[in-house]
Design a protein around this ligand. Structure first.
Ligand code: PRP
Length: 216
């Protein structure tokens, strides 16, 4: 059986992904203590399933590696898929990494009142923001921000932000409130289009195994 190369999103989703693999029967010693290593083997406990070789990467790079076929599989948030993703199979909602996209602002900003000039929206997710306001039929001026997006309305750079909200603490501590829910987000398992054909047995076996583990 051929090994499966899987790209994992570093950070928030990493631990939960590793815990899932461990529960599914993979030896995750390397993954739990990666040090500075970026390519890590996670053998299966017996011969009945393909071993994994995990790659730790930033979320948009997980998508790049899977789309380009240098990784067979990937675990990445729906937020990154909505912003960057196009050609791969999204096969499973893994149920962890739950949060949501929301439109937030200072309490006094009213997005339901028509505005005589396009509103300015700060975000790390310009495509998600563009699509959301296009659906509302509203023209907006999008400013790309790389992090701590909450600063944009506070500094007077933007009328609102479209960002990930998990606990709501960051918004609250900065005096911002949710004005509209945009989309729910959670971690997804994605598969390269060609790998799905070339390593069909291994990949379908892996998906089934993960599904079974999630249902336990
Ligand atoms: C994300 C997001 C919010 C925060 C939301 O930022 O952009 O700032 O988490 O989480 P909360 O609702 O639980 O407070 P991240 O920590 O990824 O850092 P960044 O802003 O520097 O991108």
């Amino acid at each position: 059986m051929q090994a499966l190369k899987i790209a994992l999103t570093k950070g928030r989703l990493e631990q939960k992904s590793v815990a899932l693999f461990e529960k599914a029967g993979y030896d995750c010693e390397n993954l739990k203590n990666p040090g500075r290593k970026l390519l890590l083997e996670a053998p299966y406990r017996d011969e009945t399933a393909a071993s994994l070789v995990a790659v730790l990467a930033k979320a948009p790079d997980v998508i790049t590696y899977v789309e380009r076929g240098v990784c067979d599989l990937g675990i990445v948030g729906k937020d990154t898929i909505m912003e960057h993703g196009t050609s791969f199979y999204e096969v499973l909602d893994l149920g962890f990494g739950r949060c949501r996209f929301a439109l937030a602002s200072l309490p006094e900003t009213d997005f339901d009142r028509p505005s005589y000039k396009p509103r300015v929206i700060g975000t790390k997710y310009p495509n998600v923001t563009r699509q959301y306001f296009a659906k509302r039929g509203e023209e907006v001026d999008i400013v790309k921000i790389e992090g701590s997006v909450e600063l944009a309305p506070i500094l007077g750079l933007a009328d609102g932000i479209v960002d990930i909200v998990e606990t709501g603490t960051t918004l609250k501590e900065n005096g911002l409130v949710i004005k509209k829910e945009v989309a729910p987000v959670s971690a997804r398992l994605i598969v390269n289009l060609v790998s799905m054909k070339m390593k069909k047995r291994e990949i379908l076996g892996f998906i089934e195994q993960i599904q079974r583990t999630l249902a336990e």
